[in-house]
Design a protein around this ligand. Structure first.
Ligand code: BTN
Length: 279
């Protein structure tokens, strides 16, 4: 789980592993970057095409959801971002955009299944989990809404070959890596190629007539559903209850534990939050 002299993640190896006609056809490689999402947001403003891929071996200021830091040591993990230009504005493209982070989680889970890791699940909205420990996450950021140069940047961090014992103490108990769970290292370029193939396939499905197929696939992989959970709602309160369903809008429907009889069991719709599985 140390840095290899002959790295498994180089621009040439990534190109060899790509089988996608669109995603990753423009590749921006950085040995080190503050944040691949930051690079992608800049490139999106300078007309980077749909599917532009930015990959770094090391991030010095990796960003997580809700303003957190994403621990991004060199030589062992995957840190990458894609510039996506959604189909033209319409009611359907609103669904498309809100589902990009969830669909990315589905693509990662399916790629890991294809590479032999069976017990992968998604904690809503898009934590990649193995045995209830986090192995990866997705951070989506939008840009260009006012300039008409609209893009979604989808950023993915996966703990591939790192040793969780080297993680900052506050993450150690609930973090893992793919190699730890599989008992063997993964080839990062191959894994990236597999994820992008799965993602391109599902983005096409989302943009077409079969949006509901991907929603159903997400629901099957989501370990939050039907669980007792605690949710810290972004900019709001903390609630406990039963995770009832995921709507077509990607939002979580929670039946709170303290719902009074007069409130009935009307679910609360949560668009952004942080979930803890209580049991
Ligand atoms: C999360 O908090 O679960 C989301 C983590 C997303 C991290 C990735 S690493 C590549 C990309 N660049 C960033 O700065 N963040 C995302």
């Amino acid at each position: 789980m140390t840095r290899k002299a002959d790295s498994d993640l180089t621009p040439d190896r990534i190109r060899d592993a790509l089988r996608t006609p669109v995603l990753g056809r423009r590749l921006e490689w950085r040995q080190e970057a503050p944040s691949t999402n930051g690079v992608a947001l800049e490139l999106a403003q300078s007309d980077a095409p749909h599917g532009t891929l930015i990959v770094a071996d090391h991030q010095t200021a990796g960003r997580g959801r809700l303003g957190r830091v994403w621990h991004s040591p060199p030589g062992c993990n995957l840190y990458w971002s894609l510039v996506l230009r959604p189909p033209s504005p319409s009611a359907d493209s609103t669904h498309y955009v809100s589902w990009i982070p969830l669909v990315t989680g589905v693509a990662i889970a399916r790629a890991l299944h294809a590479l032999g890791l069976a017990r992968v699940s998604l904690k809503w909205p898009n934590d990649i989990q193995l045995q209830e420990r986090k192995a990866g996450g997705v951070l989506c950021e939008r840009t260009g809404l006012r300039t008409g140069n609209s893009a979604v940047v989808v950023g993915v961090g996966i703990n591939v070959n790192s040793d969780p014992a080297t993680f900052p103490e506050e993450f150690r108990d609930h973090t893992t890596s793919l190699a730890t769970e599989a008992g063997a290292p993964f080839d990062r370029s191959r894994l990236l190629g597999e994820i992008l193939a799965q993602l391109e396939d599902r983005l096409e499905t989302m943009a077409g007539e079969r949006h509901e197929d991907v929603v159903e696939e997400y629901r099957e992989l989501c370990s939050t559903l039907r669980r007792q959970v605690r949710v810290h709602i972004v900019g709001g309160e903390t609630l406990e209850g039963r995770a009832d369903s995921i709507g077509i809008d990607g939002a979580l429907r929670l039946i709170p534990n303290d719902a009074t009889p007069s409130q009935g069991s009307e679910p609360i719709v949560i668009h952004a939050g942080d979930v803890v599985h209580v049991r």
